[in-house]
Ligand binder design. Structure first.
Ligand code: G3H
Ligand code: 13P
Ligand code: ZN
Ligand code: NA
Length: 284
């Protein structure tokens, strides 16, 4: 069933768990995410980045995701991940997404507020949820030194002003995670997360870059108010790793189904493990 993000986050907030948000860009990944969520009886977020939309085409990816949601035995949110313009958001609203992220985190505070507010004012009347970002999450290639943390990480006081000024349904925070693979072990600023949570009371928080974050740290973050956890890289690694393995064992294989089928299966296992870690199993 297609649902919006706000409805799932309300349930997550009441129960003290987090919904898994998994990136997809092809049929096999969409199916893996839905199969995992159904096997765990968990609500789930199917999300497509602008890169995924460019790769698959908005028409194809939205038809896949919306058909997955329509036929799933669990609640499914179809979500735009890191939308960077108002126009991109509008295209996804028209395509039938039930949730959008508008990422104005690279903009000055006031411009981020203005863009996010405009998206909220447009999306709310059609019951589409809005996630925004404050602070710079970035990629692992942007090495953030300890001294830079205050400049890049989400400021709790700004977070309070931001949620009040925009009315967003969810806020992505920068507390030490990064997109992609980590070189070492990420050090999360839990104290900052607790202060943000205390300031934005009631607004669910989102953890990006969560692949490679140790399970204990993810649990602690959920204990401190994270209600949506984004995972991409861990699935890519498992999926592509399996393709390599299959092709190494059967270099003559030419049937894409024989290669992508096993990759889809390992993706299901990775996603089920995340769903259990986030505490969303059995919540559908
Ligand atoms: O936030 C980034 C997600 O992992 C999606 O990555 O832009 O390469 O599709 P992508
Ligand atoms: P990872 O690729 O590090 O899991 O990050 C995913 C993400 O934040 C998508 O928005
Ligand atoms: Zn992200
Ligand atoms: Na990561």
């Amino acid at each position: 069933t297609l649902v919006n993000l706000a409805s799932v986050l309300r349930q997550a907030e009441a129960g003290g768990w987090a919904v898994g948000a998994f990136n997809c860009n092809n049929l096999e990944l969409v199916q893996a995410i839905i199969r995992a969520a159904e096997a765990e009886a968990a609500p789930v977020v199917l999300q497509a980045s602008q890169g995924a939309i460019k790769y698959a085409g908005l028409g194809y990816i939205s038809l896949l995701a919306l058909e997955a949601a329509r036929t799933a035995r669990v609640p499914v949110v179809v979500h735009l991940d890191h939308g960077t313009s108002f126009e991109q958001v509008i295209r996804c609203l028209r395509a039938g997404f039930s949730s959008v992220m508008v990422d104005g985190s690279h903009l000055p505070f006031d411009k981020n507020v203005a863009l996010t507010r405009r998206v909220v004012e447009t999306a709310r009347p059609v019951d589409v949820s809005v996630e925004a970002e404050l602070g710079r999450i970035g990629g692992t290639e942007d090495d953030i030194s300890v001294d830079d943390r205050d400049a890049f990480f989400t400021d709790p006081e700004e977070a309070e002003h931001f949620v009040r000024a925009t009315g967003v349904d969810a806020l992505a925070v920068a507390i030490g995670t990064a997109h992609g693979l980590y070189r070492g072990t990420p050090q999360l600023d839990f104290d900052r997360l607790a202060r943000i949570r205390d300031r934005v009371r009631g607004t669910p928080l989102v953890l990006h870059g969560s692949s490679g974050v140790p399970a204990d740290a993810v649990r602690e973050a959920i204990g401190l108010g994270i209600r949506k956890v984004n995972i991409d890289t861990d699935i890519r690694q498992a999926f592509t790793g399996k393709i390599r393995e299959v092709l190494a064992q059967a270099p003559e294989e030419i049937d894409p189904r024989k290669v992508l089928g096993p990759a889809r299966e390992v993706a299901v296992e990775v996603i089920r493990g995340k769903i259990r870690l986030f505490g969303s199993s059995g919540r559908a």
